[in-house]
Write a protein that binds this ligand. Structure first.
Ligand code: NOJ
Length: 694
């Protein structure tokens, strides 16, 4: 099959003129290349993801077309998906995205983002899975396979070491090569070798002084030579800077945000160089051949392509399933949750995020959602008319500047894509308004039996082109939460966001705390179901929730962020690896998440011959529930080595009283001096064993 495909692609290549080839290797519109109609070669059509298929733009203007035909299923963000630790859901969510992309006539969906969450402040963290390379790749691979089932290419991005938004177009990342390979590259490697990903997007930033989209080291040495990748490499939009370098690199398609398509580096400038004999035509033949191969793999040329579909009830249901499993119960000290629906009389929701719709924000990950159920809507529809549900805004954001005609993406090469600066309405005015809102919320809280605060972040902060300055809750929410807890000690605190926030000022008073992500179109329903016990929470943190960003290794050991250059001085100590090694307490550790039931672990067996770890897990509580069994390794070679690394996990659903033996396959060779730690989180280790003792 592959041989036949290659043969046909080579034959087609021979028929193409220089102009036709040039047309295929650069954007001829904002999201597509040129086709070759005389040979029946279509253009390659792309769309942003990953929470759904982005709305349609005019071909040569960053203006949304605005018709009613591009509403889509709005899926939970990748961090939410990672919080499910459920590979089947990752496959299913990928499949929804792929089917919708195909249904919308796309060939490439620009996702998933698999960059490692090196800093809790990175504005695009919500688009990424985790701080851990193993969890990231375990979710990314099935996701990619799900997308590509639909004759649509996934596009893993941003290759590589794109871990901050500050100065993202020019910042030069310096990192120990082994660390790069151990922490930052595994997800890309597995996407290529296991996921069979058809396309990869180069990152904006530089690595070792070379821009990633034209990097010899990344694209030639690692991707093509070492990994044997023959898929298509697409630049990030405006990530190419030099005709010669890009032509000679292993980049295949140059895309950008500007409208001068013929002037792109791989357009007329390259044509002239080829005609002048400065660049050999063979260099672009390779690129075109890979593009043709991609088209054949996607059945774009043989008329046997799947047609896809969007906005199906099944897709909405899948969005709900993912959202349900992504909610994380951080604290339930007094077993206040689940709420008993029959006993509820009045519930007050406080906070903008109870009401706020998030789909349309975040940057290129924005979604034109068919609908989005807010937490307020979710709770109201689940409670019905016999319970009084009230709402108090509680806090407010700064007013946004009047948005002009210019789309942020149009100017993103000048300012890195930072959203329009928020004009801070006079500070004292804002302070007064917030005070009034707090007073009103506290007053109302006394009139209701149950009070639920729903706040956190939004896409003004979790946003492309921008990193947060710290982890503090914005808009004086800390004060509001403290005041609510003082007036109503049973206040349930729910935080919604794509990255952690500081909780120190109130977390010891709040005995019930839930974490919700940008949960997609069904997020509000999922949250309501968890609150009311219709769903038992089974999500766990795919990243460390630090007490403050100062506890993150990039900050503590070196450079959190840099404008022109950033040195990853923390090396391999990323996320929980650092906290374990340096004995630092997180607010909530990697892998943490509670349930309405309890689980008992026993009978650890380490089966070296089959490279697996076995243990028994019993649901010892009163309701059915899901548990994520986590296996970590710690090297015993060196006494000073305190850090551990996730090497396997399984999610199991057990009925009340049910016990099951679970086998967890270890992908890497188990070494003699490993300590194996099995637990319910990275800091709740239930069983330990040494590899050599079995
Ligand atoms: C820039 C972003 O970095 C990338 O993720 C996105 O796919 C492109 N713009 C296209 O919108």
């Amino acid at each position: 099959m592959e041989t036949q495909i290659k043969k046909t692609a080579e034959e087609l290549l021979q028929k193409l003129t220089l102009d036709e080839k040039i047309g295929m290797i650069h954007g001829a519109q904002l999201f597509q290349t040129a086709g070759v109609p005389r040979l029946g070669i279509p253009p390659l059509k792309m769309s942003d993801g990953p929470m759904g298929v982005r709305q349609e733009f005019e071909p040569d203007r960053w203006n949304a077309i605005g018709h009613s035909d591009d509403y889509v299923t709005y899926l939970p963000c990748n961090s939410a998906l990672a919080a499910t630790w459920n590979r089947t859901l990752a496959y299913d969510m990928g499949s929804v995205l792929g089917e919708e992309a195909r249904g919308r006539g796309k060939d490439v969906i620009l996702g998933p983002g698999v960059n490692i969450k090196r800093s809790p402040l990175c504005g695009r963290n919500f688009e990424y899975f985790s701080e851990d390379p193993y969890l990231t790749k375990e979710m990314a691979v099935p996701y990619i396979q799900g997308v590509q089932l639909w004759d649509v290419a996934a596009c893993v991005k941003h290759f590589a070491a794109n871990n901050q938004e500050t100065g993202r177009l020019w910042v030069d990342v310096e990192i120990d090569e082994q660390v790069l390979r151990d922490i930052y590259l595994p997800a890309f490697y597995e996407a290529v070798t296991k996921g069979g990903v058809y396309t990869i997007m180069g990152a904006y930033n530089k690595l070792y002084g070379e821009h990633c989209c034209q990097s010899n080291f990344l694209l030639h040495k690692i991707l093509r030579e070492e990994w044997g990748y023959d898929g298509v490499v697409i630049s990030d939009w405006g990530g190419v800077h030099d005709t010669n370098k890009a032509a000679l690199s292993q980049l295949d398609i140059e895309m950008s945000v500007t409208y001068d398509f013929d002037d792109y580096f791989l357009a007329d400038p390259l044509k002239k160089k080829i005609q002048a004999g400065e660049v050999r035509e063979a260099a672009i033949d390779e690129k075109v051949l890979r593009i043709l191969l991609l088209m054949m793999r996607l059945h774009m040329l043989d008329g046997e392509r799947k047609s896809g579909a969007y906005n199906t009830p099944g897709h909405r249901n899948k969005a709900l399933e993912v959202a349900r499993e992504s909610v994380i119960l951080l604290k339930n000290d007094k077993n206040q949750l689940p709420l008993k629906k029959e006993e509820l009389k009045s519930v007050l929701l406080v906070g903008e995020n109870a009401e706020c719709l998030h789909a349309g924000g975040g940057g290129s990950a924005e979604i034109k959602a068919l609908y989005e159920i807010s937490p307020l809507m979710g709770l109201k529809t689940h409670l019905g008319g016999n319970v009084t549900v009230g709402y108090a805004q509680g806090y407010c954001r700064e007013e946004k500047m009047e948005e002009g005609q210019v789309n942020w993406q149009e100017t993103s090469l000048e300012d890195g894509g930072a959203p329009a600066k928020l004009s801070v309405t006079q500070n004292d005015k804002l302070e007064m308004k917030r005070k009034e809102l707090r007073l009103e919320a506290v007053r109302l809280s006394k009139e209701y039996e149950t009070v639920i605060f729903i706040g956190g972040l939004n896409h003004d902060l979790d946003c492309e082109g921008l990193d947060r300055e710290d982890m503090k809750l914005p808009y004086e929410q800390d004060t509001l939460i403290q005041e609510l807890l003082a007036a109503k000690p049973d206040t349930i605190v729910i935080i919604i966001g794509g990255s952690p926030v500081e909780m120190e000022t109130w977390i010891h008073q709040a005995h019930t705390t839930l974490w919700g992500w940008y949960g997609g179109m069904e997020g509000g329903n999922a949250l309501a179901e968890v609150l009311l016990g219709e769903v038992n929470p089974s999500g766990k943190l795919p990243e460390t929730f630090y007490k403050s960003h100062k506890d993150c290794s990039a900050y503590a050991l070196g450079e959190l962020v840099g404008d022109k250059k950033v040195v990853y001085k923390e090396g391999k100590y990323v996320g929980y690896r650092y906290l374990d090694q340096y004995l630092i307490e997180p607010q909530f550790c990697f892998g943490h998440g509670l349930s309405y039931t309890s689980f008992e672990y026993s009978n650890l067996e380490i089966d070296r011959r089959n490279n697996s770890v076995l243990c028994s897990v019993k649901n010892s509580g009163h309701v059915a529930g899901g548990e994520i069994i986590q296996v970590y390794k710690r090297s015993e070679k060196n006494e000073d080595s305190l850090y551990k690394e996730l090497i396997a996990f399984e999610k199991v659903f057990l009925k009340r009283g049910e016990e099951r033996q679970v086998a967890l396959h270890i992908q890497e060779e188990m070494e003699e001096d490993y300590k194996i730690l099995v637990g319910s989180s990275s800091r709740d280790i239930r069983l330990t064993g040494n590899v050599h003792t079995f």
